[in-house]
Design a protein around this ligand. Sequence first.
Ligand SMILES: Cc1cc2nc3c(=O)[nH]c(=O)nc-3n(C[C@H](O)[C@H](O)[C@H](O)COP(=O)(O)O)c2cc1C
Length: 227
Amino acid sequence: MAQTITNNPLVPGISSNIADIRTDYKMAMLDEDSTGSDPLFFFNTWFREAEKAQITEVNAMTLATVDARAIPHARIVLLKGLDDHGFVFFTNYDSAKGHNIGSNPHAALVFFWKELERQVRIEGLIAKVSPEESDAYFKSRPEGSRLGAWASPQSQAIPNREILDTNYTHYKEQFAHTDIPRPHYWGGYRVIPQQIEFWQGRSSRMHDRILFTKNVTGSWDKSRLAP
Ligand SMILES: Cc1cc2nc3c(=O)[nH]c(=O)nc-3n(C[C@H](O)[C@H](O)[C@H](O)COP(=O)(O)O)c2cc1C
């Protein structure tokens, strides 16, 4: 017999009915004309609006990569740069995501700004930024973050928490009297978009979706997708 899962609290004593959680989006609409002809420009407009709305961690985005076995992996990273070419974040090149990108240079990003009932999806190729760009950003990071890049072998299994603290103290002493250099395994990636979709929540799940796709001439085609 099929088991009914609605009404079953996940944790005894905590009442929660996940299936009943829903929001009817009523805040705004999105039409083709208002998105203009350049999706990076329009992304910037939405980003500024999200900043104005004081959304915390407005630059947090889900990054999906695919490993050598074609298995997808997703995690949050922080957008640290945006220009005509694409979306930049920084990480450990030896991390799981770094290995994914090494074997498959396709990636997807997702922003969800729930306070504005908006989602942006970006898909494209991903490439390392120049060493100069990585150096410049690394220099701008607080000391603790720079040391953290040295102390943490990101994505590797470690025997305990203490090893991180020991590493951190070790590098703090090592670089006590010099500038903390950028580790060779740490730097930026840029997602170069092939398509960008802007999603504005609407009432009754009749959302607006405007999709930009780069065509062979390098300019952008625009279409509306059904929600
Ligand atoms: C809000 C938030 C921001 C994060 N920003 C970054 C980031 O900019 N770069 C990064 O490498 N990891 C960041 N992380 C950690 C990643 O989600 C992830 O745990 C880490 O990069 C290891 O991922 P991987 O093992 O798939 O390579 C962030 C996590 C959160 C929750």
